[in-house]
Write a protein that binds this ligand. Structure first.
Ligand code: NI
Length: 404
């Protein structure tokens, strides 16, 4: 049975890996997942209400609570170089990333390649495994299991879109679980912790407008470049001098653009970057301080536009559910380590704003990190890792239902 299930999971994993699709464009993936779910005993397909992504439920024989599991299904715009026999088949077509209207960033360009370089194919397969396992044992389930295949985790705010469908209220979801692969942990390990797991991910943009003039006569205009350069320095002082040393925050300026030629002092300079925090109060404080920086430059005569584009909040694991995951993982034979908070983002946090949830890392080995063109799940132990993750998630959900 285990061998049969491993082969079943590996087939789905390899199909998904061969057919990666970008955020909100996961049409083939969605059809594939829906078809598998339709053929899975004990699973009822529901309407998620979005163009991509899927929703299903498994109704236990006994009434009880409602627990959801989420897997993300989207891939990345990367040209695969893993050398796997089941490498991406969606590599040939060139595609443009959309121009980002809010920021006016003009870097839409034709890029080749789509790849599951973050393990979302693994997450999707593990959830199909849960469907297979739990669908076949409804007599042991007390309550309802909701299976959520979320689109657009990497970009385009998929978590928020799912929340806006109202599915949490509609299906009265009480708890939620999710996992992410971790390349630097071997197969057979998981990492979990109560509290913050990943950071809030926000984005900012400054446009500093002065007055353009001849490069030889700066006094006749108002040069935005030194002002924007000072702004970069001042932003670093927010973290080092204004935020409590016991709190965690990152402000990174990742793009600085200005000018057209060597002898023209430009009219505008533009800065863009990201802010990462765990504490919502620190997050708010940073927005205010960044706004104040803009106002400071305005007093010098510049026109400054500060745009704050909020992303997902920090994940925040419920202590009881994190403990449930830890215990169950030990029982299933996993080596469990304590997860240290990371400054990366994960839009699973959108769900944790609505209901208690726990998110954890599952070790999948492999040589290259996520978002690398050579990223793979440990090929030797892939089958075992898929089955292990499916079984662990199934047991976690059953226990969570018993407790509700
Ligand atoms: Ni990911």
């Amino acid at each position: 049975m285990a061998e049969e299930l491993q082969t079943y999971l590996l087939e789905h994993f390899q199909w998904l890996h061969r057919h990666p699709e970008l955020a909100l464009k996961e049409y083939e993936t969605t059809n594939y997942v829906k078809n598998v779910l339709k053929q899975t005993e004990g699973v009822e397909l529901l309407n998620l209400g979005l163009d991509t992504g899927a929703l299903a439920k498994i109704e236990g024989k006994e009434p009880g609570g409602v627990v959801a599991i989420r897997a993300d299904i989207d891939a990345l715009p990367i040209l695969e170089e893993s050398g796997l026999s089941y490498s991406s088949e969606n590599d040939g077509c060139m595609h443009a990333l959309p121009i980002e209207e809010k920021t006016g960033a003009l870097y839409a360009s034709l890029i080749p390649g789509k790849m599951h370089a973050c393990g979302h194919d693994f997450h999707t397969t593990a959830l199909l495994g849960v469907a297979k396992l739990l669908g076949g044992e409804r007599e042991h389930i007390k309550g309802t299991v909701i299976l959520l295949f979320q689109p657009a985790e990497e970009a385009e705010h998929g978590g928020e879109k799912v929340v806006n469908t109202g599915m949490f209220e509609k299906y009265k979801i009480e708890k939620i679980f999710g996992l992410h692969t971790k390349q630097n942990m071997p197969v057979g390990t998981i990492a979990i912790a109560p509290g913050p797991f990943s950071a809030a991910v926000d984005r900012f943009l400054y446009t500093v407008k002065g007055m353009g003039c001849h490069g030889s006569a700066p006094q006749t205009g108002l040069d935005p470049i030194p002002a924007a350069a000072r702004l970069v320095g001042s932003l670093q002082e927010i973290v080092s001098r204004r935020i409590s040393p016991t709190e965690t925050a990152v402000i990174s300026v990742t793009r600085f653009t200005s000018g057209t030629s060597w002898n023209i002092i430009p009219e505008t300079a533009r800065l863009e970057g990201t802010v990462r925090t765990f504490n919502p109060k620190v997050r708010e404080q940073i927005v205010e301080l960044m706004q104040a920086q803009a106002e400071g430059l305005e007093r010098e005569g510049y026109q400054v536009e500060f745009t704050w584009i909020p992303g997902c909040p920090a994940t925040n694991n419920d202590a009881d559910l994190a403990e449930l995951v830890r215990k169950e993982a030990v029982e299933e034979g996993f080596h469990v380590t304590l997860q240290h908070p990371e400054m990366g983002g994960e839009d699973f946090s959108c769900y944790q704003e609505l209901v208690p949830g726990a998110f954890f890392h599952v070790g999948t080995g492999g040589k290259y990190p996520a978002h690398n063109s050579k990223f793979t799940v440990d090929v030797t132990f892939c089958k075992a890792a898929l089955l292990g993750a499916s079984k662990l998630m199934s047991e976690i959900v059953k226990k969570a239902l018993k407790a509700s």
